[in-house]
Design a protein. Sequence first.
Length: 308
Amino acid sequence: MRVFAQSRRHRRILATGVGLVALAATLIVLPAHPVAAAPLPAVAAGSEPPAAFDPGLIISDYNFFNPDALTESEIADFLEHRSCAPTDGVPCLWEYRETTTSQPAKGDGHCLPYIGAENEPAARIIAKIAQACTISPEVLLVLLQKEQSLLTRPTASGYLRATGYGCPDTADCDAQYFGFFNQVYNAAWQFRQYTQHPDRAFQIGAVDVGFNPNAECGASRVHIENQATANLYNYTPYQPNPVAVDKAGAWGDACSTYGNLNFWLFYNDWFGNSTLEGYSVMFDDCLNFVDGQACAPASLLPNVTAAS
């Protein structure tokens, strides 16, 4: 669906053991009842522990922006192998379906059109959004888990708030963005918006990043190395404090937040080294972004105006 050529990445071996089951929501998910998200096991049983958490490089641009990381069938297979314990009588994500609405192209270098359809399975929705917005389906799967534990503990509320989009720290989520498709599409759109317009609070370079919404918990200087990591901070604007990192998989302290740490833990456990970079001689240069700008020339997208 992209207007430029994409090279298919080799399929990774997917974890098939018992998935991480601790609640992985970040502080932005249910802000009407602000509580620190529960920590996660550092790695699942039998898997290799990831390298040390680096707050300046949570995930590579290649891993973040590769829409071909998983096919629809690979996403479906991955979802079916999660250890899913639903509540509220809702289905597990591998059996969830929703009628989606068409979305127009959003502008040069932004999301391409999404063609809606009746009763689309979650795997197809994720795959189509990944292609439309050039965001890795692996990133979207991890986002669904770290925000609402939707792969392992789906709830009715979790489907409404699937990616935490439109969920500020000081109020409940904006109901106009409720719904699985709505949430996943808008999260991908927002990541593309951060990328196309990178002059934001968190951008490549040295930036102060807080440990908690409570300013008294402090902050530290982080050298953000790439656009993908900047995107994660613009979406979830906190880093784990040293005690949270030191005790990954256990409770930290009153100032600990876990959103971006959990993202890193899930990604490394499920898909391997999050900081892997593809080589331009083997993979499409468009997957390796510089200064947040996509490489698709404007001439390839005629009659499209930029999103606001």
